[in-house]
Write a protein that binds this ligand. Structure first.
Ligand code: ADP
Ligand code: MG
Length: 597
C-alpha cells in the first residue's frame, strides 16, 4: 500500500496529515496527487462522494502555493456554503505548518467582511459561484493572477444551475492557469465544461464512471402509494439506531413528512430551501450531534450535508433524475463505513429501479417492509442489549435496599420480563394488529389504474364545494397550485354544493392521493378520494384499521396514513372522527415554518 510519503508531499504537509490521523491515501488521492504535484496540467478527476477528493486537490494546491506572496493564486469553486466552509476548514488544517491564508466567500454573510479578509492577502479563495460573481463585479476580489482553479463537486454545481456563473467567473481568470475539475459523476454538462474550459485534461477515474460506491447496499421496498409514510416508519422502527437522511421530492413533502415524524415521536427535522440559513445551520448542528436521527431533506438542501456515519439513506420518493440517486446514496457509506440506501417504491415505479441499476451498475435487493411482529422482535432485543450494556448509576445504590424489597418475591426471569415490557409494550400494542404493507409481487403494472373506467384518467371526489366559496375555476387553480401541476393537468372539474369532482391523468394519481393525506386548509381537513362513480379499483384500496381509538404519539407512533377517512360520508364536512392536531411546537428540536398556508 502506498504511503503519503511516497506521493512527493513536503514535510509540513506530511506532519499535518499525521495530525489529522490519515494513514494511507485513498485511491483518488493516490492517483491525483503525484500528477498534480509534478505536472502543470488540467485534470478531470471522477470519484464517488466521500472518497477524499478535498485532500486530493488540497494537498497539491497547498504545496504549490507560494506562501511568501500575498497574491491570490488558487481559486476553488464549490456548490454550497456548507461545502465552502468545510473545504476552507480542511485547507486550514492541511496548511497548519505553513503561512497560507485561506478565505471562504459565500452568500448569506457580510460581503464587506469577506472582502476585508481577501484584502489582507488570501492566497487561496474558496467560493460559491454566486457570491464570487458578486464580488468580482464589485471588484472586491482579483482573480486575474490565479494559477490554479479548482471546480469541486462540478456535477452538483451544474445541477444547481451555476453554469453561467462559472463561465463568467472563468472569463476573469488567466488562460495559463491549470484547471482541476473534481466530480462524483460525469453528466453531459460536466464534459461540456471540460471541453470548453480545459486544455487536454488528464482523466482519473476511481471506481467505474457514474457508479455508486461499493460500500453502499441498495434495497427497495414495494408499498402502495398511500402506505409510503407507514413504510418509512416501519423501516425506522426496524432499525433502532438509525441515523439517516430521508429524501423527498418537494419542499412541501419534506416539511410534511418531517412534521409527521416529529408528531409520531421521532427525532426528526426538515431541511429545505424555504428555511433561513440560520435555521438550516441549527438543523445541521442538531443532526451532526445526533439530536436528530432522521433528517428529511430535499435534494438541493442535502447538497451541503456532509456527515459521516449516516447509516441509511431513505428515498421516500425517487428523484426524477437518476443522477440524483447517485448523489443521495453517496451520503452514506462514507469514509470506509458501510451504509444502506433504501428506496420506497410503488409497483408502477419499479421500472425506475431498473434504470437506476443500469446506471449504477449494481443490483438492488428487493426487500419486504418488516411486519409488526418482526419490528417488535428487533426492538425487544435492542432493548435487552441496551439494558445489558447500561452502566449502572451509583446514585441508585442508596435506594437499592428499598427497591430490593419491592422485588423480593419476583424471580430474575419475571423481573427481566417486566423490565423490557415497560418499553416493549408500546411497540407491541401499536403493532400487534397491523397489516402487511408489502404489495403483492408479480405484475409490475399498477392494477388499480387499469381497472378504472377510463384508461388514462382518474376521477376524484374532494370534500369542498360551492359553499366553501369555490367555483370550477377557483377549484382548478387551487388544485393546480397545491399539487404543483400544470395548466391542463386538472380537468373535468365539477363543483357541487358541499363537494366536487375532478380528473387527472393516472400518472398523477399517486401524487394527488398522497398529497391530500392529512391536508388542511384553514384548519379544516380537505379530503380527496378516488371517485367510485367512474374510477374503478376503489374498493380494493379501502381498508379498515384494527385498533379504533389509538391516540399515541410515542415511539411506535400513530399510523399516519390510516387516519384517512374510511369512506366519504353523506355530509362531507363531518370530520368528527378526525383526530385533532395539537400544537406542533412540542416536537423535537427544530420547528419549521407552518406546513401550508
Ligand atoms: P469527497 O470530497 O470525495 O466527498 P471528502 O474530501 O469530503 O470526500 O472526504 C470524506 C471524509 O474522508 C472526510 O471526513 C475526510 O477527512 C476523510 N478522509 C479523506 N482522506 C482520507 C484518508 N486518506 N484517510 C482517512 N480519512 C480521509
Ligand atoms: Mg468533496
Amino acid at each position: 500500500m502506498t504511503k503519503f510519503e511516497e506521493l512527493g508531499l513536503q514535510d509540513s504537509l506530511l506532519r499535518a496529515i499525521q495530525d489529522m490521523g490519515f494513514e494511507t491515501p485513498s485511491e483518488v488521492q493516490e492517483k491525483a496527487i503525484p500528477i498534480l504535484l509534478n505536472e502543470e496540467t488540467d485534470i478531470v478527476a471522477l470519484a464517488q462522494t466521500g472518497t477524499g477528493k478535498t485532500a486530493a486537490f488540497g494537498f497539491p494546491l497547498i504545496q504549490k502555493i507560494n506562501a511568501d506572496s500575498r497574491t491570490t493564486q488558487g481559486l476553488i469553486l464549490s456548490p454550497t456554503r456548507e461545502l465552502c466552509l468545510q473545504i476552507t476548514n480542511e485547507l486550514k488544517n492541511y496548511s497548519k505548518y505553513e503561512n497560507i491564508n485561506v478565505v471562504a466567500i459565500y452568500g448569506g454573510a457580510s460581503i464587506t467582511d469577506q472582502a476585508k479578509q481577501v484584502k489582507k492577502g488570501a492566497q487561496i479563495v474558496v467560493a460559491t459561484p454566486g457570491r464570487m460573481q458578486d464580488m468580482i463585479n464589485r471588484r472586491m476580489v482579483d482573480i486575474s493572477k490565479i494559477e490554479y482553479c479548482i471546480l469541486d463537486e462540478a456535477d452538483e454545481m451544474l445541477n444547481m444551475g451555476f453554469y453561467e456563473d462559472i463561465t463568467a467567473i472563468l472569463s476573469h481568470t488567466p488562460d495559463e492557469k491549470n484547471t482541476w475539475l473534481f466530480s462524483a459523476t460525469m453528466p453531459k454538462e460536466v464534459s461540456i465544461i471540460a471541453k470548453k474550459f480545459m486544455y487536454n485534461p488528464q482523466e482519473i477515474t476511481v471506481g467505474s464512471r457514474n457508479s455508486g460506491s461499493d460500500t453502499v447496499r441498495h434495497e427497495f421496498y414495494t408499498v402502495s402509494g398511500r402506505d409510503r409514510y407507514l413504510g418509512l416508519k416501519r423501516l425506522a422502527d426496524a432499525n433502532p439506531d438509525i441515523f439517516s437522511v430521508v429524501f423527498c421530492r418537494t419542499k412541501r413533502d419534506t416539511q410534511s413528512v418531517a412534521e409527521k415524524l416529529i408528531e409520531d415521536g421521532y427525532s426528526a427535522a426538515a431541511i429545505h430551501g424555504d428555511l433561513s440559513q440560520n435555521q438550516r445551520d441549527l438543523v445541521m448542528k442538531s443532526f451532526r450531534t445526533r439530536q436528530i436521527q432522521m433528517l428529511v431533506a430535499t435534494d438541493v438542501a442535502a447538497r451541503g450535508i456532509d456527515v459521516d456515519d449516516i447509516t441509511h439513506v431513505i428515498n421516500y420518493q425517487l428523484p426524477d433524475e437518476i443522477e440524483t440517486y447517485t448523489h443521495r446514496s453517496g451520503r452514506t457509506g462514507r469514509a470506509g463505513k458501510t451504509g444502506v440506501s433504501m428506496v420506497i417504491v410503488t409497483k408502477s415505479e419499479m421500472r425506475k429501479i431498473k434504470s437506476i441499476e443500469r446506471k449504477i451498475q449494481k443490483k438492488f435487493e428487493q426487500k419486504t417492509i418488516p411486519t409488526g411482529m418482526e419490528i417488535c422482535q428487533v426492538q425487544l432485543f435492542h432493548l435487552a442489549n441496551k439494558i445489558h450494556n447500561t452502566e449502572s448509576n451509583e446514585q441508585v445504590e442508596e435506594y437499592l435496599p428499598k427497591i430490593m424489597e419491592i422485588f423480593e418475591d419476583t424471580s430474575k426471569e419475571e423481573l427481566i420480563k417486566r423490565m423490557v415490557s415497560v418499553e416493549f409494550n408500546r411497540f407491541y400494542n401499536y403493532y400487534k394488529n397491523k397489516r402487511d404493507l408489502n404489495q403483492p409481487k408479480g405484475n409490475s403494472e399498477d392494477s388499480s389504474s387499469r381497472g378504472s373506467s377510463n384508461e388514462h384518467s382518474t376521477r376524484y371526489f374532494i370534500n369542498v364545494g360551492s359553499k366553501d366559496g369555490y367555483d370550477w375555476m377557483r377549484l382548478k387553480d387551487f388544485l393546480k397550485e397545491t399539487l404543483d401541476l400544470g395548466r391542463d393537468d386538472v380537468y373535468k372539474v365539477d363543483v357541487k354544493e358541499s363537494f366536487s369532482f375532478f380528473n387527472t391523468d393516472n400518472d398523477k394519481k399517486e401524487r394527488v392521493l398522497e398529497h391530500f393525506t392529512d391536508f388542511k386548509v384553514d384548519g379544516r381537513f380537505v379530503n380527496v378520494e378516488e371517485s367510485t362513480n367512474t374510477g374503478g379499483g376503489g374498493g380494493g384500496r379501502r381498508r379498515r384499521d384494527g385498533g379504533g381509538g389509538r391516540r399515541r404519539r410515542e415511539g411506535g407512533g400513530s399510523d399516519g396514513g390510516d387516519r384517512r377517512r374510511s369512506r366519504r360520508t353523506e355530509n362531507s364536512s363531518s370530520e368528527g372522527g378526525r383526530r385533532r392536531r395539537s400544537d406542533r411546537s412540542s416536537g423535537g428540536g427544530f420547528k419549521g415554518r407552518s406546513r401550508r398556508k
